[in-house]
Write a protein that binds this ligand. Structure first.
Ligand code: NDP
Ligand code: 2IT
Length: 450
């Protein structure tokens, strides 16, 4: 038995049976169901209405063929996905990931977590996720464009500004969103807020690019202030990844007075004891689409080490995993704890393995789970949707202030829920429960309809 509650055990057994061979999805579901023990004990009406049985089953799962022609004239075939997980509180919303590792399990774990994350933002957004096993690395702009156009030719029949609003994730940034939005507009002959993360000239929001990283730091700072009566200022920070989330997490950490000493990509990590020169990182990653290894060749005194996991052996006060799922395991957690880490907050989705999370919590390390800590990206996507609906745009300062308010609120809602349900300070439990409650209330109101 994994669970105290028979109801939760039955739900989990069914999920395991239906989704055999999907380890990431089962990992994400198990963590959420574990948090629900005190909820099902206090609220029997949830089991009676089958709310949890329904919340673990996606409303719709779409898989499709994506054919395109490469620069050599060869036909290539990829697999496209969109999971429309839950629409109880708003249109499906969530990113698109382009990475060779993408499969049904990855898309479903991301879509499942997105439901709770989006609810935590307080904005009216349901949960969804999509992507493809297409690998943008090493492809020309023309190849990426033809892939994106083919992908959108099918996806466009499933999405819409009031139905499902995709955005970026790993491998999908402004270039890909531009190609996809152009194709959607052409096929539908309409200019609406059907994607977020758009360019500023065609309906994008100021501060969306910065939002996930900035939001992560607003959350982390609030967590440290409220739970340790301290702040980010003066702290040594290690940030994995060197993509969109990692770059703007580094920028805000530096603005708040911290020293970021390491970043990485899937090949290795850089260590710069003087503090990362973010201009050089942006030039390598955003302009040249190069590898982080280049940094050590350009900045004197900086070191490059092969293998991305070694980044967690660097002593730091704050660790912010911002690359990918399960990148921080129990062994890395033990080293971080031994080196005196005070706080860990997840910029990536599910970057810490369950035993790493347990180790941090046992050692009294502050732990901000992804659903709460990285919600700033999708929150600002929600603000982009609001601006598109109004046919209006806010200034950078206006969007940034709303983002900060949302992140501070998410921390307090998760903290208060952890207290209310008997696990004060356990933000994994608090975020799962606080995100769940709003969805559950809406589903109860609808009756058994979906
Ligand atoms: P990017 O594509 O911009 O960057 C991804 C970074 O992670 C790169 O440095 C990449 O290295 C590294 N990475 C990717 N896959 C692996 C892997 N298997 N092992 C090691 N490193 C890897 O993506 P984002 O910055 O947007 O996304 C990073 C994380 O944040 C993801 O988990 C995403 O789901 C999450 N997230 C993103 C949001 C957003 O708004 N963009 C919002 C909330 C969460 P390499 O170049 O070598 O592949
Ligand atoms: O994981 C995430 O929250 C994202 N990739 C952002 C989703 C969005 O719709 O902005």
């Amino acid at each position: 038995m994994d669970f105290k509650s028979e109801y939760l055990q039955n739900v989990y057994d069914t999920v395991c049976r239906r989704n055999a061979g999907e380890p990431e999805f089962l990992q994400a579901v198990k963590e959420v169901l574990e948090s629900f023990e005190p909820v099902v004990a206090q609220k029997p009406e949830l089991a009676k209405a089958g709310i949890i049985d329904r919340i673990v089953e996606p409303e719709r799962f779409i898989q499709f063929r994506v054919s395109w022609v490469d620069d050599a004239g060869k036909v290539q075939v990829n697999r496209g996905y969109r999971v429309q997980f839950n629409s109880a509180i708003g249109p499906y919303k969530g990113g698109l990931r382009l990475h060779p590792s993408v499969n049904a399990s990855i898309i479903k774990f991301l879509g499942f977590e997105q439901c709770f994350k989006n609810s935590l933002t307080g904005l009216p957004m349901g949960g969804g996720k999509g992507g493809s096993d297409f690998d943008p690395k090493g492809k020309s702009d023309g190849e990426v464009m033809r892939f994106c156009q083919s992908f959108m030719t099918e996806l466009c029949r499933h999405i819409g500004p009031d139905t499902d609003v995709p955005a970026g994730d790993i491998g999908v940034g402004a270039r890909e969103i531009g190609y996809m939005y152009g194709q959607y507009k052409r096929m539908r002959n309409e200019h609406t807020g059907v994607l977020t993360g758009k360019g500023l000239s065609y309906g994008g929001s100021l501060a969306r690019k910065e939002a996930t990283g900035y939001g992560l730091l607003y959350f982390t700072d609030e967590m440290i202030r409220c739970m340790k009566n301290d702040s980010i200022k003066g702290k040594t920070v290690v940030i994995s990844g060197s993509g969109n989330v990692a770059i703007y997490a580094t920028q805000k950490a530096q603005e708040l007075g911290a020293k970021v000493v390491a970043m990485s990509d899937s090949n290795g990590y850089i260590y710069d004891s003087k503090g990362i020169d973010l201009g050089t990182v942006k030039q390598i990653k955003e302009v040249e689409r190069g590898r982080i290894k280049e940094y050590a060749a350009r900045v004197s005194g900086a070191e490059y080490h092969e293998g991305c996991r070694g980044i967690w052996t660097i002593p730091c006060d704050i660790a912010l995993p911002c690359a990918t799922q399960n990148e921080l395991d129990a062994e890395s957690a033990a080293v971080l704890i031994k080196n005196g880490v005070m706080a860990v907050a997840e910029g990536a989705n599910m970057p810490s393995t369950p035993d790493a999370v347990a180790a941090f919590q046992k050692a009294g390390v502050l732990f901000g789970p992804a659903k709460a800590a990285n919600a700033g990206g999708v929150a600002t996507s929600g603000l982009e949707m609001a601006q598109n609906s109004m046919r209006y745009s806010w200034t950078f300062e206006e969007v940034d202030a709303k983002l900060k308010g949302i992140m501070v609120n998410i921390f307090h809602n998760a903290y208060n829920a952890s207290k209310e349900f008997g696990g004060e300070g356990n933000l994994v439990m608090g975020a799962n429960i606080a995100g769940f409650m709003k969805i559950a209330e809406a589903m109860l109101a609808y009756g058994v309809s979906f």
